[in-house]
Ligand binder design. Structure first.
Ligand code: ZN
Length: 317
């Protein structure tokens, strides 16, 4: 390949939720992730920004939410990242099927491209999947309700629903993704990059998929891992494709460039550095509200404006 830019995969995925306490309970107690950051939406400080990840908050493991209290449900559909999937160790799907069913969730199990998959949805209807893989990384599972042997090991993939996938697929190829499989009956193409966490993007181009609308239970944006040294080159790549990338924005825990892709999905290119432990100790990540220094002067006002967030510590089972 001629270009030297490439991403090893996802950095984080951010979605819209409604009730912050229900969101926290689901991702920590049911799925066994650790809340590694409790902050605010830097563009709308009356709303939390909650991050759930592995024990250390490794890039490629963090699913994050803007929980807008009372948000109306969105519709998952065309022009969106329509499903978020996580890797679990091979042999863990019976455990997960039982665990999710015991908690009253509707689950569907099937095989896709040779992998066993369990599909379900979060409390706001966001479609999620666990994909059982022989090559699941050892990862850094948090202590908590899910036994280490079955714990989520970071992202597996995002699924993009794109009725006209061409230019987004061209961009994915420039980002280092190559097509590895397709399932024409289900309008699905699989792309993989060279990484071990979150290295898969599935593109689904089903003309019957309705247009997605933003709201609770839908993905807000998809972030890929990049290096600091390459950020300007990523901006140039996006500009050369006729997109309108943002400037490099300092998000405190990473630095990001954003661009809306032609298919409608908002992509982010985020650095691994400096990481979620830049502003609080690794041992107490997520336990208190952290604000970037440019918002610290408004802490009292911001705290007063945030909704209640109940965070019972999930116990080992
Ligand atoms: Zn982001």
């Amino acid at each position: 390949m001629s270009n030297s830019l490439g991403t090893p995969g996802l950095h984080h995925v951010t979605a819209i939720a409604s009730d912050p306490s229900a969101n926290h309970a689901f991702y920590t107690e049911t799925l066994g992730l650790r809340m590694v950051k409790r902050s605010v939406n830097q563009d709308d400080v009356g709303v939390y920004h909650l991050f759930y990840a592995d024990d250390q908050g490794t890039p490629g493991t963090s699913v994050t939410f803007f929980p807008y209290v009372g948000a109306r449900p969105g519709r998952v559909g065309d022009g969106q990242a329509s499903t978020v999937s996580f890797t679990v160790p091979a042999g863990s799907l019976d455990y997960w099927t039982d665990r999710l069913t015991d908690r009253g969730l509707d689950v569907e199990t099937f095989e896709r491209f040779g992998d066993a998959v369990v599909a379900f949805a979060d409390p706001d209807g966001l479609p999620l999947e666990l994909v059982a893989r022989e090559d699941a990384p050892a990862g850094d599972p948090p202590a908590g309700p899910v036994p280490e042997a079955h714990a989520i090991r970071g992202f597996f993939a995002v699924e993009l629903s794109l009725s006209e996938p061409g230019s987004t697929v061209d961009l994915l190829r420039e980002m280092g993704y190559e097509q590895t499989a397709s399932d024409e009956a289900n309008h699905r193409s699989r792309f993989e990059t060279d990484g071990d966490v979150g290295f898969v993007v599935d593109v689904v181009s089903d003309p019957a998929t309705p247009q997605g609308t933003p709201g609770a239970g839908t993905v807000h944006h998809v972030a890929y891992r990049v290096t600091d040294a390459e950020q300007e080159s990523w901006r140039e790549l996006l500009q050369s494709r006729g997109l309108r990338p943002s400037q490099v924005i300092d998000r405190k825990w990473f630095r990001s460039v954003y661009a809306r892709t032609p298919g409608g999905v908002l992509f982010e290119f985020a650095t691994a550095e400096p990481g979620y432990d830049v502003d609080e100790p690794q041992s107490s990540l997520g336990e208190s509200l952290v604000l970037p220094e440019w918002l610290e002067g408004r802490r009292e006002e911001i705290e007063a404006g945030l909704p209640e967030l109940e965070t019972a510590t999930p116990a080992a089972e």
